[in-house]
Design a protein around this ligand. Sequence first.
Ligand code: AHM
Ligand code: MG
Length: 333
Amino acid sequence: MSQFNFTTLGQFIIEKQSEFPFAKGELSRLLRDIGIAAKVISREVNKAGIAEIIGDVGEINIQGEDVKKLDLIGNEMFTTVLERGGEVCAFASEEEDNMVALKGTHSKNGQYVVCIDPLDGSSNIDVNVSIGTIFSIYRRVTSVGTEPTLEDVLQAGNRLVASGYIIYGSSTMLVYSTGKGVNGFTLDNSIGEFCLSHPNIQTPKDGTIYSLNEGNASDFPEGVQKYISWCKEKDKETQRPYSARYIGSMVADLHRNLLKGGIFIYPPTAKAPNGKLRLMFECIPMAFIVEQAGGIATTGKERVLDIQPKELHQRVPVFIGSANMVNKALSFS
Ligand code: AHM
Ligand code: MG
């Protein structure tokens, strides 16, 4: 293939629009806007080390600007881009207590609702370890032109229109799905474009990686403790012992497991009896991607995408990843 024969995210989105016969282009524009926000956040993430040199968070830097936390920058970036785009009427963010009705000129007429975790893996920001952005898109349930309500946001994952994530790692990648498979794009900084690098991602049915915060093991349910012990046993046929890999950034942990095959678990613990991860901002969007790639995502009791959310910041336990590995883990409980 010629080195000039690449597909950018923008081109790909437009090509795929024909798969939705009645699409008028709003979703395409929205996805393009998310891609733009991702590029700006990627730039800011790459500057993070330098920002520290010129001022600490909460201080005024030498240019007289407030030094903001990266997660707040991400939140502001998305609010601005979505408000200007006009396709979105309401937005909910891990950084905001309540749903935000957007105030752009066309926002009330927007058909879509976006949930976002602008910068996930916050404990890794200051130490140059991969972090990510997670997004999900729903169609509003209230009438276009009216004030959006919480009902527009609190929708089960099985009603998702699209979801995706951006990983700020050794390179920046955007991975998304509109329910017809999963595609991954790598940011080529030299041309400032996300280029299709991982078409039609399928996650292996089996894998040899288990990812969870084992420091909490004494607090885990018995079934999870037994599963971890099983992962560490020697067995040639099932390629055990498995490898333990845990970054502490959900996006990075799941991205690796998606490509290589693996299981990620955040079970209930004494400190977090419903698990730590948020249903709307982390579990649903990642579950959609993993299922679209052929994997499984469950709380241990039910499919993540079938949960009817009760509140914005609801937390749930999660077992997510390669189908055979998740089923095996569940067989211990
Ligand atoms: P955050 O939203 O405050 O960044 O927390 C979410 C992160 C996930 O990315 C990651 O999977 C998890 O917290 C790690 O938690 P722990 O440090 O308890 O292992
Ligand atoms: Mg988060």
